[in-house]
Design a binder for this molecule. Structure first.
Ligand SMILES: [Zn+2]
Length: 232
């Protein structure tokens, strides 16, 4: 009983440690790049080891469905380890995400198998074949789910259109309305009310957004440059 508690708290402690380092990495502390992924990977390897021994007193079928869980756990651990060096790689990120979701859905499946109403024949080899097929369908469904997410949210769509319109000076700012369309609108910037509201003014010359939006944009770009320099 106590061993079971220790197993779970050890696993959670490692994930908590990885989480704390993940948060610190995104704060202003001088933490080596990739340490967050390294600790995450170690937490997963640790989880794999704990899960492997977790099922030592179980029946053969229970062991089998627990061992299947080692596939997403260890694959996620290896993937996180690669991400120490290959940061922001979309393929690795998608693979890691798919392994995490599969780990979660298979845990639900284990709960239904162990405490559900249907009884399984633990000695029938076909039960094991069925479980393996079941796991494959879990992973297949996760891939379909991620594909749907990617197709519906993975592109810029409206934002991309807005960026292109801004580049072409084709956004109806106050200056365009007053000077091109000859409307009765005031051409001045609606925030600072000092100069004409042109695209250039909105993007880089307005006093009102200098300390907020411009600063945030500056910091985001500086952060990207910093990460890329650290990786060299
Ligand atoms: Zn302005």
């Amino acid at each position: 009983m106590f061993l079971n508690l220790w197993q779970h708290s050890t696993m959670h402690a490692f994930f908590a440690m990885a989480g704390v380092v993940g948060v610190l990495t995104r704060c202003k502390f001088q933490i080596p790049v990739g340490l967050d992924h390294l600790l995450f990977s170690l937490a997963l390897f640790n989880e794999g080891l704990l899960f492997y021994t977790h099922s030592s007193r179980m029946s053969a079928l229970d062991k089998y469905i627990h061992y299947i869980l080692l596939i997403p756990i260890l694959s996620g651990a290896v993937c996180s380890l690669f991400e120490v060096w290959f940061r922001n790689n979309p393929i690795l990120e998608l693979f890691r995400t798919s392994m995490f979701i599969t780990q979660g859905t298979w845990l639900w499946q284990i709960a239904f198998l162990l405490w559900g109403t249907s009884s399984w024949d633990h000695n029938d080899p076909e039960t094991y074949v069925f479980m393996a097929i079941c796991y494959s369908w879990h992973y297949g469904s996760v891939i379909l789910f991620l594909t749907w997410l990617w197709l519906t949210n993975g592109t810029l769509k409206e934002t991309e259109g807005l960026i292109l319109a801004a580049q072409e000076q084709a956004i109806r700012t106050n200056a365009i309305k007053a000077k091109i369309e000859k409307s009765a609108d005031d051409p001045k910037c609606r925030l600072c009310k000092e100069t004409d509201e042109t695209i250039d003014h909105i993007l880089s010359c307005c006093k009102k957004t200098a300390q907020t939006d411009y600063k945030q944009r500056h910091n985001c770009v500086a952060q990207m440059i910093h990460w890329n320099l650290c990786l060299k």
